[in-house]
Design a protein around this ligand. Structure first.
Ligand code: HEM
Length: 380
């Protein structure tokens, strides 16, 4: 075995899969087809990302430069309309700093109608969060387009070996897709709360927007439960492989092999994937905790706590969406052979050698120690 890397030796222990019976010419045809498809994917991916950027940039500019709601309170001669309710409120606020009254219901906090902290919160909700979300999401999309155009898809360096090994079992894939589906629904319905009124309502009209928003809000509330369950199971299911190791330091130093031709060794999950894991666990815990405080108002917090919960929820949600865009990119058009790991649970041995050599070695040791009847055998 002189001159053969441990990972290559390990690779021998994984049997051919159903592709075993392909003869050479069929395999050659399949390789050409794969190359052709990957070029189409490259072009389609770049165009889709570019279109996303252009449309989102346009929408952001629209939101940023749209006239503020107060502008609608003016008459055509630009004089302030003295009967507009916001004007009266504004004058009251200037004089009193707080608008409160008396009431007959036991909930005394409802007697305060407007207060300075409420104005700060409103500014965060109406302005700061829009900018934060727009910059985080569009910024990451822009960087991904740039990266894709410069680096393209990271291909399997030595082509496919047509031998595969199991990377994720059925349960792991089920939990992943359930959590991911809930996440997408929560993200779209949440972004609708932040941006929908400015971006969607002018396009679809008030009635349609109201109906859609009502259903989106139901989805946001009810899908929060399976999402939270998914985050908890993900934490327990993968924590053992996501603790930092010395290999991670080397992996980070070499930029994960994304920029050069060298591929640093990694275990089952590399440092980049571990980062995504902790973003999901910590970010998921933060959005869930703050989200339930918002969903069950005033059970555990006062008004200041509610405002803080909303600020945390909105901020973490925007950063979470931006981080997940990078995760989706790497798992689809960014890296050849990655998607199938979560789709059918198997990866090509050459992919594993390239990206997770230490994991492949561990798996081969396990396979040699305990070869399942008829499936694992040196393929020579
Ligand atoms: C357990 C999970 C979650 C719960 C319980 C939850 C709950 C809530 C609640 C109650 C609201 C306020 C809705 C309203 O004002 O009517 C909200 C808003 C929002 N949620 Fe969630 N949510 C969860 C997860 C997520 C996730 C995963 C995302 C995105 C990644 C997200 C994004 C948002 C956004 C962007 C808003 C609007 C923020 C704003 O403009 O004020 N949420 N969420």
């Amino acid at each position: 075995m002189a001159g053969t890397s441990p990972a290559m030796t390990a690779a021998k222990w994984f049997n051919m899969t159903e592709s075993n019976d392909l003869d050479n010419s069929a395999r050659k045809m399949e390789t050409n087809m794969t190359r052709f498809l990957s070029r189409i994917r490259l072009a389609a991916g770049a165009s889709a990302l570019l279109a996303c950027i252009l449309v989102s940039g346009f929408l952001l500019a629209y939101v940023a430069f749209a006239p503020p709601a107060g502008a609608q309170q003016r008459n055509s001669d630009t004089a302030v309309n003295p009967t507009a309710s916001s004007v009266k409120e504004h004058q009251l606020l200037q004089q009193m700093r707080i608008i409160s009254g008396r009431g007959s219901i036991p909930d005394v906090k409802s007697y305060n109608i407007e207060q300075p902290a409420g104005r700060d919160w409103r500014h965060f909700h109406e302005v700061t969060l829009h900018w934060l979300g727009g910059i985080a999401i569009l910024g990451v999309l822009g960087l991904l387009v740039l990266f894709y155009l410069i680096r393209g898809m990271v291909s399997i360096e030595f082509g496919r070996s047509w031998r595969t090994l199991i990377r994720f079992n059925m349960f792991e894939r089920l939990v992943h897709w359930m959590t991911a589906t809930c996440f997408v629904a929560l993200a779209l319905s949440g972004l609708n709360i932040t941006f929908g009124k400015d971006l969607l309502m002018p396009l679809v009209g008030d009635e349609t927007f109201a109906t859609w928003s009502q259903w989106a809000k139901y989805a946001h509330n009810y899908l929060s439960f399976p999402f939270t369950l998914g985050v908890i199971v993900i934490l327990l299911m993968w924590v053992a492989w996501n603790l930092p190791t010395r290999l991670d330091v080397e992996w980070v130093k070499q930029g994960g092999g994304l920029f050069g031709s060298k591929h640093p060794p990694a275990g089952r999950f590399n440092a980049g994937q571990k980062m995504i894991y902790w973003i999901v666990v910590i970010g998921g815990t933060a959005v869930a905790t703050s989200g339930y405080l918002l969903m069950f108002p005033f059970y555990l917090t006062d008004i200041a706590g509610m405002q803080l919960a909303q600020i945390v929820h909105g901020t973490v949600a925007m950063l979470f969406v931006a981080a997940m865009l990078a995760h989706v990119y790497i798992g689809t058009i960014g890296m050849e052979g990655a998607f199938e790991a979560m789709w059918n649970g198997k990866v090509d041995v050459n992919w594993a050698t390239q990206h997770h050599s230490a994991w492949l070695e561990e798996e081969s040791v396990k396979a040699q120690a305990n070869p399942p009847q008829g499936r694992m055998a040196p393929a020579e």
